[in-house]
Design a protein around this ligand. Structure first.
Ligand code: M6R
Length: 607
């Protein structure tokens, strides 16, 4: 959601900004813009639409500028138009501001500034910052920005460029992510490290309340009270190849195919080198006497948390509840010093999840973050962290991070059971041996791709699709439905199959495809009975099953998608694969923007 980039060095700033904005496209946006200083003048170009539209607007004549800021905007206040695109400028067009997040008190600030004579030209909350900085600027831009953000309420990351100070970019952060970086002969800013891969050799994440100035020689950061901040620079270790499509048509397709590795890495880090025991860095600090668990998460991460409910109730005999993070604060969760809260988030920046973490901590819970990116806000505000090792995920639809979350949550549950019991729980050895085979089984599961592609042609015109499952596969049905609606825009619902006759059965007719996840085990026969009920109403049944040759299943299903046989943590992961592929190929067949579906953002930093 919104992307920030900035460059100050010796090279062509506009080219760098465009290239970096393209790398941030995955975050989701609907307009883009840059501001640079060319021959002492601030030049701003903005366009509604994609970065390529901005590129076209810039034309072929390069801007002679070595300093600039750029932004991709995901509209919150004001429609996605050229006028509302960032950067926003002050009355004289000398100061340019880009901003992620929301200035909650923008309305009173705007009224006050308008009364003082400032003229506004957009509907955005951001523009108030440009005018506020203008009104406070007495020659010390850093101080003017500090005082301006001190008056602003809400969560934000801000970068400011002024034609009166062409040798610096001023930054400030509260809530939304922001990094500054250093490379050869240049300094950078960004909302996300991928934009700086191959350019910055080290980066530093700003903490909340920090502000600073970035010059050609480096950066200087300060705490809110003006104290210089030392901070910890991090070497940039991600490989730029991670943000290229590598021969695939879309990032989503590439990321689906990366799952043998992403799940494998996530498991490998949490097991001993021999593979015989667990070794989870960070778990040793979790108090062992917790008597109940809340998982807080949103979207796909919530579905991984729901899988964990099932896995943890098996591994740890304590009540475990997955709660949608935005709802967590609207109820009265039962939190005591013996509550363990696990915050699950790919980005580590989702504001709803962050707010749930804050609430849980304020009430005395022990909070553990389960995140894919180190140094994220959710990790920083938690007591400890466990990582998924999925690598950077560019497709807005989460795929490899989801399966990595299931693997990490499953192993975390086993590790906590071991810590509480003092010895490995019975069956740990078998479970780990099975997990060691999982990457190979994911490769096997991916072989269904061609069949899914053919099936997608049949489903592309559906207007509603149902996903039904029982037990630990119920959250996978939810995830299958979410994936399909996110990228194909087909309405889809996931339900526990046992609930079908309590309502959703009314939807079933010959035009309603029903995906049924049928795993061998205690719920298998009941699922087949549900299949009979769907067939009796002429529904089109697609069985996703690890018993693809069972004659009863073959008789009932119109299509069968096979899944390799497995148990435990591996089962929900393997059943996810055909559903991800199905969403992908239906979206491709419908011609939607798979990697950047409409209205969606990768990282949701507004409530
Ligand atoms: O970064 P997070 O895991 O906290 O994100 C949570 C959701 O916004 C995210 O999973 C969203 O639902 C994805 N678009 C799913 O594909």
């Amino acid at each position: 959601m919104c992307g920030i980039v900035g460059y100050i060095g010796k090279e062509d700033a506009a080219s760098f900004l465009l290239q970096s904005l393209k790398r941030l496209e995955y975050r989701g946006y609907d307009s883009a813009g840059i501001a640079v200083i060319e021959r002492g003048r601030l030049v701003r170009v903005r366009r509604a639409g994609k970065v390529r539209d901005l590129e076209a607007a810039l034309g072929d004549t390069p801007l002679a500028a070595t300093v600039g800021i750029g932004h991709t905007r995901w509209a919150t206040h004001g429609a996605p138009t050229d006028e509302n695109a960032h950067p926003h400028v002050d009355c004289n067009g000398r100061i340019a501001v880009i901003h992620n997040g929301i200035i909650e008190n923008h309305a009173p600030l705007r009224r006050k500034l308008a009364d003082e004579g400032h003229v506004f030209s957009s509907d955005t909350d951001t523009e108030v910052l440009a005018h506020l900085i203008e009104s406070l600027d007495d020659g010390n831009l850093l101080e003017a920005v500090r005082r301006a953000v001190a008056q602003a309420e809400g969560a934000f990351a801000v970068a400011v460029l002024s034609q009166d100070h062409p040798d610096r970019i001023i930054v400030a952060k509260r809530g939304s992510p922001l990094v500054v970086g250093r490379g050869d002969d240049a300094s950078f800013i960004s909302s996300d490290v991928p934009a700086l891969l191959g350019r910055a050799s080290e980066v530093q994440f700003l903490a909340d309340g920090e502000f600073g100035e970035v010059t050609r020689d480096g950066y200087h950061l300060f705490a809110l009270d003006g104290r210089p901040v030392q901070g910890t620079p991090h070497r940039v270790s991600m490989d730029p190849v991670a943000i290229q499509k590598g021969g695939y048509k879309h990032f989503m397709q590439k990321e689906i195919h990366e799952q043998p590795r992403s799940v494998g890495e996530t498991i490998r880090e949490k097991t001993e080198p021999t593979g015989a025991g667990l070794s989870l860095p960070g778990v040793e600090r979790v108090p062992t006497d917790f008597d109940h668990v809340y998982f807080v998460a949103c979207g796909t991460a919530y579905h991984a948390a729901k899988v964990a409910e099932y896995l943890w109730e098996d591994a740890l005999p304590v009540p475990a509840h997955a709660v949608i993070a935005s709802e967590f604060r609207l109820r009265n969760p039962h939190i005591t010093p013996r509550t363990l809260v696990v915050a699950v988030s790919q980005s580590g920046e989702t504001i709803d999840t962050l707010m749930a973490v804050r609430l849980a901590r304020s009430r005395g819970a022990h909070v553990l973050a389960l995140v894919n990116s180190e140094q994220s806000a959710i990790e920083r505000e938690s007591h400890g962290a466990v990582y998924t090792r999925a690598g950077v995920e560019i497709g807005v639809a989460a795929t490899k991070t989801f399966t990595a979350q299931i693997a990490a949550l499953g192993l975390l549950g086993m590790a906590l059971a071991e810590r509480r019991g003092g010895i490995p729980a019975p069956g740990t050895g078998d479970a780990l041996r099975e997990l060691a085979l999982l990457p190979g089984r994911i490769v096997e599961a991916l072989r269904v791709e061609e069949r899914v592609k053919t099936l997608a042609e049949k489903l592309r015109r559906a207007s509603d699709v149902l996903f039904l499952a029982r037990g630990v596969l119920y959250p996978i049905a939810l995830e299958g439905a979410l994936k399909l609606k996110e990228i194909s825009y087909i309405h889809a619902e996931g339900y526990p199959a046992g609930e079908m006759k309590h309502g959703p059965i009314a939807l079933i007719d010959e035009d309603t495809p029903v995906l049924m996840l049928a795993a061998r085990g205690p719920a298998y026969d009941k699922l087949l009975s549900n299949m009979e009920e769907v067939k009796a109403r002429k529904g089109f049944v697609v069985a996703v099953s690890d018993a693809p040759d069972d004659p009863n299943l073959v008789r009932l299903a119109d299509e069968v998608l096979p899944v390799p046989a497995s148990t435990g943590i591996a089962l929900p992961i393997l059943f996810t694969i055909p559903l991800q592929l199905l969403a992908y190929y239906v979206a491709v067949a419908r011609g939607t923007d798979v990697d950047q579906p409409r209205n969606l953002a990768k990282t949701v930093t507004v409530e």
